[in-house]
Write a protein that binds this ligand. Sequence first.
Ligand SMILES: NC(=O)c1ccc[n+]([C@@H]2O[C@H](COP(=O)([O-])OP(=O)(O)OC[C@H]3O[C@@H](n4cnc5c(N)ncnc54)[C@H](O)[C@@H]3O)[C@@H](O)[C@H]2O)c1
Length: 370
Amino acid sequence: MATSIRPVMRPLVDPDFWRCRAVLVTGHTGFKGAWLALWLQAMGARVTGLSDRVPTTPSLYELAHVADGMKDDIRADVRDHDAVLAAFAAAEPEVVVHMAAQAFVRRSFADPHATYETNVMGTVNVLEAVRATPSVRVVVNVTSDKCYDNHHAREPLPFAEDDPKGGHDPYSNSKACADLVADAYLRSYFERYEAGPRLASARAGNVIGGGDWGEDRLIPDVMRGALNGVPIAIRNPEAVRPWQHVLNPLSGYLRLAQALHGSPAAQGGWNFGPALADARPVRAIADRMSDLWDGALEWEIDPGVHPHEARFLALDSSKARDGLGWGPSWTLDDALAAIAAWYAALRDGEDLRAVTLAQIAAFEAAGARA
Ligand SMILES: NC(=O)c1ccc[n+]([C@@H]2O[C@H](COP(=O)([O-])OP(=O)(O)OC[C@H]3O[C@@H](n4cnc5c(N)ncnc54)[C@H](O)[C@@H]3O)[C@@H](O)[C@H]2O)c1
């Protein structure tokens, strides 16, 4: 499929495109969803959210009062076909960003059944609702960099979009399945109709930023330790990950939605990864955060037995660069500085909606300069 969509327009994320547009975000109460909902609100979109709950306490969703700017804030389980259908019928979205998921590897080992139900059948239910809702024109299905078959020692080759899907653990595997489900819907239903909904899957990973309290994630663990003044235990310090600020892939998802709206050529799979130089070991991230934090931040190696994790994971994002004109607006170091500033603002009792919106504005300004 052609990847040349149209000449690159600046800004990458076009506020004029999003103003007044009806957007449905699943998983809007989660870490990435709250950032996305806030960004869409800032651009004047009419945002409906669908999530089963607010997944953590505290959460970016509550601290930044994301609910205040929602057109509608729906509590529904993506495993519930009828509830998803009803939410779509009520929202009548033009753009759908599907992010609701059981997003944790360790939890997927403990409960593979719920992980597959949520991530695979949840995606089927969302795509069935898309088929039943004539207003929908564009769907971005958020999967993961972990959707690629990582069984072989391929390092240091980054994954490209056409590499085989796989996934060692139930989480990664469920995201590979969700990607394949989208592929089947694209080929069976959407690709055939010029006027029908357009669908793409977006793959990114190791997303970091202020306001994450997810379990077993490096930045939340590090910042919890920093805020509580206790040393933290770190698993797999040598594991290399393609770290990037959450706004980098979100800018890719938004740019992809714009491109899908303009042309069916944008359908299919897209990687949104950082520069290869920003694929860094866990140890380097912890050390840098320790430098940036204006207080005590110490870490030690957790000697426990941990679930399998790939030692090396990186994405080849040249398709997004060439086809969408997308690139990461913030480097890893920009990201870590923003994260330290965000958690310092939390510690100092600042207005976190204003702080988060200011970081979005700074990110947009960096993108405009790029
Ligand atoms: N954070 C990362 O590093 C990362 C990396 C790769 C991919 N992803 C993907 O990005 C998406 C968002 O991840 P996140 O980090 O914000 O996760 P998160 O756990 O912070 O948020 C998950 C969201 O999904 C909702 N949800 C979970 N189960 C649901 C259900 N059964 N029905 C309805 N809603 C449900 C939660 O309420 C929450 O709003 C997920 O699809 C995840 O797999 C995240």
